[in-house]
Write a protein that binds this ligand. Structure first.
Ligand code: ADP
Length: 486
């Protein structure tokens, strides 16, 4: 393995700065949140949820079967008919606003639990996930009494009961993305978090209970794929919102074909970072690192493909290697940590398989010489140089801190290469030229194109993809539409 300049400079260590955990309360066992109460699962089955950074047991979580799903959907249907659909928008807004405030009040606790259960650095959950989740509730609280102004000359009507299924990479934030617009538009909800990261959604259930939201308006049920499938297929569900793998997204799309259920899918991605020779190079390096290495690459919109203009490739790659050598991989509860734990053993195995595939395909692998903890699931930040379009590491979503690098000479060439992927979720363009940015934003087939930055989110801004990345938008005014009949 190559030693870079940064290996020599950064051979001193930061003193540990661990976040306190004594203020956090995690129950030993969690039941299903149905009709405003925590109820035991019919079959009495529970599964373990662990911390991927220590492999320690955190809690046992109920597994909902078909009958439990039926109970939850019926509670949501009854709450829709009896209370929520009739309640004036300005009253609904007060509840949504209250939930936002309560998340803010308990933000520190939520951040620590998110990090313990999912493995992401506390810096990310504290500064991004939890504040953004609260902001989504604030933002959509504002729309609840203004729907007629959002869609002038149309009569926005709620859809009914929404079945919502979310993945493990942003557990609370995805719950907020799903629940907040659904409530603001007058729908009721059954939400299923990912089986590996259910804890913050269950904590959110506690907040919802305390907030006084009418019983049954939000139901949160836990379980794995079968629970999700039972929810999707329930006859009283009017709308399915799914974020997760393209594979499961396709299964859901098939299951709903021919039904009159509305569907939105936010699936995988293979984001392209495009760096031109006139780009602010140090900022671009920081953006690339932020886009793929922070958060372990566990982001659907991760910038996992880098296209760098040939004339600056050597310089940029040297700088990138130096920056990678200074990244701290380890305990996600430590405030110095840049790259936390991979979310599960299965995911780590999958990433390691791709590392072997990349080497076999002939790309040149680089990892800095950092030390990773022995216990828990960790992966060093990884570059693959001299990758080519046909490589699997360029075409397939890895969902880990792995960046495939290619060079380009002309703008036509890079547009062609960037668009040549099955996904179309995100891209980043780095250049000094405004006209070039506008040219690329119209030609890149990606739902989001960031210019001279990456991975920036705002509740007012829509997010979603093309091609195998799914359809439908979340966030902003657009995020109201999937939950309305107009
Ligand atoms: P990821 O690995 O990105 O989390 P998955 O698509 O496996 O992707 O999981 C996303 C969510 O979908 C999880 O909550 C999971 O339990 C759920 N899920 C898995 N299989 C199905 C299915 N057949 N029908 C509905 N939901 C499912």
């Amino acid at each position: 393995m190559q030693t870079t300049q940064a290996d020599k400079i950064f051979d001193w260590a930061y003193a540990p700065a661990p976040e306190a955990t004594d203020h956090v309360h995690i129950n030993k066992k969690y039941d299903l949140f149905i009709d405003g109460k925590f109820v035991k699962p019919g079959k009495g089955k529970y599964t373990n949820t662990i911390s991927p950074s220590t492999e320690q047991l955190l809690a046992q979580v109920a597994e909902a079967d078909e009958k439990d799903v039926d109970k939850a959907v019926k509670a949501a249907k009854s709450a829709y008919d009896k209370t929520w659909k009739k309640m004036p928008g300005k009253e609904k807004a007060k509840y949504i606003f209250r939930i936002a405030r309560m998340i803010q009040e308990r933000a520190r606790e939520f951040s620590v639990i998110e990090t313990m259960n999912g493995g992401k650095p506390i810096r990310e959950s504290r500064d991004i996930d939890i504040p953004l989740a609260a902001n989504h509730f604030f933002y959509y609280a504002g729309w609840a009494d203004k729907l007629d102004y959002a869609f002038p000359n149309r009569k926005p009507q709620p859809v009914g009961v929404a079945g919502q299924i979310i993945p493990w990479n942003f557990p609370l934030l995805m719950a907020a993305w799903k629940i907040a617009p659904a409530l603001a538009t007058g729908n009721t909800v059954v939400l299923k978090p990912a089986e590996t990261t259910p804890l913050t959604a269950l904590k959110l259930a506690e907040i919802i209970q305390e907030s006084g939201l009418p019983d049954g308006v939000v139901n949160i049920i836990t379980g794995a794929g079968q629970t999700g499938a039972a929810l999707v297929n329930h006859s009283l569900i009017n709308k399915v919102a799914f974020t997760g793998s393209t594979e499961v997204g396709k299964v859901i799309q098939k299951a709903l074909a021919g039904s009159n259920k509305k569907l939105s899918l936010e699936l995988g991605g293979k984001g392209a970072h495009i760096v031109f020779e006139d780009a602010p190079i140090d900022q671009a390096v920081e953006g690339i690192v932020n886009g793929i290495f922070f958060n372990q690459g566990h982001v659907c919109c991760a910038g996992s493909r880098l296209f760098v203009q040939e004339s600056i490739a050597d310089k940029l790659i040297d700088k990138l290697k130096d920056r990678m050598s200074s990244l701290i991989v380890g305990d996600p509860l430590d405030k110095n940590t840049d790259i936390g734990a991979i979310h599960s053993k299965e995911q780590l195995d999958k990433i390691n398989q791709y590392l072997s595939v990349g080497k076999k395909e002939g790309a040149e692998m680089y990892q800095p010489s950092c030390i990773i903890p022995k216990k828990g699931f960790y992966c060093k930040p990884t570059l693959f140089l001299n990758a080519s379009q046909s490589h699997r590491i360029v075409q397939e979503e890895i969902f880990g801190p792995v960046l495939a690098v290619q060079t380009f000479r002309t703008i036509e060439e890079v547009i062609e290469k960037a668009n040549n992927a099955p996904y179309g979720l995100s891209a980043g363009v780095w250049t000094d030229k405004g006209s070039r940015i506008f040219n690329l934003t119209s030609q890149l087939k990606a739902g989001v194109v960031w210019a001279n930055t990456y991975n920036k989110f705002d509740p007012a801004s829509p997010f979603g993809g093309y091609k195998e990345s799914g359809f439908g938008r979340e966030g902003g005014l657009h995020g109201l539409m999937p939950y309305l009949n107009l």
